[in-house]
Design a binder for this molecule. Structure first.
Ligand code: SF4
Length: 360
């Protein structure tokens, strides 16, 4: 297969092959990204069939906790916490264990199954690992079954094992961008460093979580290079981030993504990672916008609540979106959580008859 895919039957063939466990080829992946926009719903329908096959109507919710924010010595150009960033983000040293346990408790009550404990920095010290262990104990006292993912930067030998023994289930370390572009995006560590950390996490028996960030000017070939490099790492979980162009960072003027482009990328992710938890990460609200419910037919998890340094959508609104799109939250006890509906009717207090300008 070469060139953009222009036939619905060709998309159906790719979906059937994904369900049968046949890996997507490079030319096919490029063809998926080249699908004409008038066929976007056909593409979503084909990839959604794969999602339904492996995950039925379930959506998992993850919750991010920024345990240490800002002032990172690394220089990842997309990051608001990078060295030299003038983004007006919260900066603080390690959050208190009880404070973290408190927010995790509330997140689990809202349907979250996995909490992701994140810290800015090149990588953890032994003392940092001990802090994380103490925090996990505090979380588990209240929510014994909660899954814990750690995202603490580059790991040294032995640190993965220490985290595993502390109760960490998964380790997140994203590949982020294609290897050829990596030196443009970051000069303080390399693509190989990132792969090394994934390998250490895997050797320690941690579930590898590794994802990507799009919106940094990548072309279709780079999207495919990155996803195929990631596929070779065999992650259990793939967060797909769309750039949040923070003021005060080198990427602040990059608004390259459209909702349709994001959907195509997510459809490709589903076809390339048929049975893997593909998560819509940061940027879903600002880039997918009104198409977020369609993206749920491709991805299997989202972050509930806020991101590391920016605010997400109100949790109640996201829970309603999931239910309205026909999906069920897979909470800790395996059941969905109720969708709040009270208080969602806002009486009009602007426009004709009110003395205030209309909402146009
Ligand atoms: S290492 Fe992490 S926190 Fe530091 S600049 Fe890079 S992405 Fe941001």
């Amino acid at each position: 297969m070469a060139g953009p895919i222009r036939e619905r039957t060709a998309l159906d063939v790719l979906a059937t092959r994904a369900i049968d466990g046949e890996p997507l080829g490079r030319a096919e992946a490029l063809g998926v990204l080249g699908t004409p926009e008038e066929m976007l719903l056909d593409l979503v329908a084909a990839a959604a069939r794969v999602r339904r096959h492996y995950f039925a109507d379930r959506v998992r919710l993850h919750f991010l906790v920024n345990m240490k924010s800002g002032l990172c010595p690394e220089d990842c150009s997309y990051c608001s916490q990078r060295r030299g960033s003038s983004a007006d983000v919260a900066t603080y040293a390690w959050a208190n264990a009880d404070e973290v346990a408190d927010v995790c408790d509330r997140a689990v009550a809202a349907g979250v199954r996995r909490v992701c404990l994140v810290a800015s920095g090149r990588g953890p010290s032994e003392r940092d690992v001990a802090r994380v262990a103490q925090t996990i104990s505090a979380i588990r006292k209240r929510r014994p079954g909660v899954e814990v993912c750690a995202c603490l930067g580059l790991l040294r030998d032995g640190q993965g094992e220490m985290l595993r023994d502390a109760g960490v289930l998964a380790y997140n370390h994203n590949l982020n961008v294609a290897e050829d572009r990596y030196p443009e995006i970051c000069t303080t560590h390399s693509f190989a460093d990132r792969k090394g950390t994934l390998e250490r996490a895997r050797r320690a028996g941690l579930s590898p979580c590794s994802g990507v960030i799009f919106g940094l000017g990548e072309d279709d070939a780079e999207v495919v290079d990155l996803l195929f490099a990631l596929r070779a790492e065999e992650p259990d979980s793939v967060p797909v981030n769309f750039l949040i162009p923070f003021d005060g960072t080198p990427a602040h003027e990059r608004w390259d993504l459209t909702p349709l482009r994001c959907l195509k990328i997510l459809a490709l992710c589903r076809l390339a990672f048929p049975a893997t938890d593909v998560r819509i990460g940061g940027g879903r609200e600002i880039h997918l916008r009104a198409l977020q419910p369609l993206a749920l037919h491709l991805a299997t998890s989202i972050f509930l609540g806020d991101y590391l340094t920016s605010e997400g959508a109100p949790a109640a609104g996201d829970l309603a979106m999931i239910a309205d799109a026909g999906f069920v939250v897979e909470g800790l006890d395996g059941t969905g959580v109720p969708t709040p509906t009270a208080g969602t009717v806002a009486l009009r207090r602007r426009g004709i008859g009110t003395g205030k300008p209309a909402n146009v």
